[in-house]
Design a protein around this ligand. Structure first.
Ligand SMILES: [Ca+2]
Ligand SMILES: [Ca+2]
Ligand SMILES: [Ca+2]
Length: 353
């Protein structure tokens, strides 16, 4: 998080959840706040259009463990973000929302939600369980097919609203307008715990699938497919495969190990691994001395042809030796005998293992 001053005291930070990759905007794509024990902070950001498809609302699934203690408060935002908080039930229906608040009788643009509405809608959170918490910058607010879920009365700017908008009877399906303010945020929470982790499909190194907790899977050197993913229909026989498709161009496909190794310069990352989690090698090219000539290529191809590779060098920059290695004293094989060869010799001085 850049742009935010540290909180008043490190002791106040407690167990915190970080957004990492972007949280979605609806219950189905929300980020599950999983872990152990109470969750005291959620740290994330609304990055606007920086992530390609737009990041103007973040939704989290949380476990309200002590409804009577519920307190959801935006503690910090980066300059220019006028945040709003929205709480939804497990069914996606709106419960509580706040834009601006009174904190110690001082007006603040940062929202604060306790477990009751203050606009006469008589909503109160009584049941422990799974809920959805969303944050957006003004003016973007949640909608259902029938319209806005919450109605904010301009006469009561600090209201904690119940779902009194035209669309308040239906679950959230959309945000209107789709775009709002952006920036980093820190939300503090009371009465909220992490959702407990649940088992999911785990591909073991031998290619079998077992449904276990993520930490059990990782302890077994497995690849975890995600909480609640079933082994039924999950394919552990394929995995991410990086191979050289054409000159300086790597491709990742999910293939069986046999299909992978049949490709050129391929690396197979193991059962159940996914291309989304893999970075294929840097398509670095350089001069390759092979059979006394020079070609511009990548290291894997050069080595495959038993050539000598010079990363990032152009053929004009180097001189390849005809017949390969008949240059006595050229320790590093760059086609010249010079101080670099001497340094290599000194560095390796002594008894060979
Ligand atoms: Ca985000
Ligand atoms: Ca606000
Ligand atoms: Ca209202």
């Amino acid at each position: 998080m850049c742009g935010l001053a540290p909180l008043a005291s490190a002791d106040d930070r407690g167990p915190q959840f970080e957004e990492d990759d972007d949280a979605g905007i609806l219950p189905a794509t929300s980020k599950k706040v999983k872990g152990n024990g109470p969750v005291l902070l959620i740290v994330g950001s609304l990055e606007g259009s920086n992530r390609g498809q737009g990041d103007y609302q973040d939704m989290y699934e949380i476990l309200i463990s002590e409804p009577g203690e519920l307190r959801l408060k935006v503690e910090q935002v980066s300059k220019g973000l006028n945040a709003q908080l929205f709480l939804f039930g497990a069914n996606g229906r709106g419960l509580l929302a706040n834009d601006d608040s009174l904190q110690d009788n001082v007006p603040s643009i940062n929202p604060l939600i306790l477990n009751v509405s203050t606009d006469g809608t008589d909503v109160s959170i009584q049941e422990p369980g799974s809920y959805f918490l969303a944050i957006s910058g003004t003016p973007s607010r949640p909608r259902s097919p029938e319209g806005d879920i919450f109605l904010f009365n301009p006469q009561t700017p600090f209201e904690v609203s119940g779902p009194d908008g035209q669309g308040g009877g239906l679950p959230i399906t959309d945000w209107g307008p789709p775009v709002g303010g952006t920036g980093d945020y820190v939300i503090s929470l009371s009465g909220v715990s992490f959702l407990p982790p649940s088992p999911g499909a785990c591909c073991l190194p031998n290619g079998t699938c077992v449904e276990v907790l993520e930490e059990v899977c990782l302890d077994s050197n497995g690849t975890f497919a995600g909480d609640d993913v079933s082994c039924d229909g999950f394919n552990c026989s394929t995995g991410a495969c990086c191979f050289l498709k054409e000159y300086c161009f790597w491709e990742c496909l999910e293939l069986s190990e046999a299909d992978c190794v049949a490709e050129y310069a391929a690396t197979w990352y193991g059962p159940g691994t996914r291309c989304a989690d893999i970075n294929c090698p840097d398509p670095c090219y350089g001069a390759c001395c092979v059979d006394g000539g020079c070609v511009l290529t990548i290291e894997a191809l050069c080595i495959a042809e038993e050539g000598t590779f010079h990363p990032y060098a152009m053929c004009n920059d180097i001189e390849c030796q005809s017949g390969g290695d008949d240059c006595t004293g050229d320790v590093n094989g760059d086609g010249a005998v010079n101080v670099v060869d001497l340094l290599a010799l000194i560095q390796n001085w002594g008894t060979c293992p």
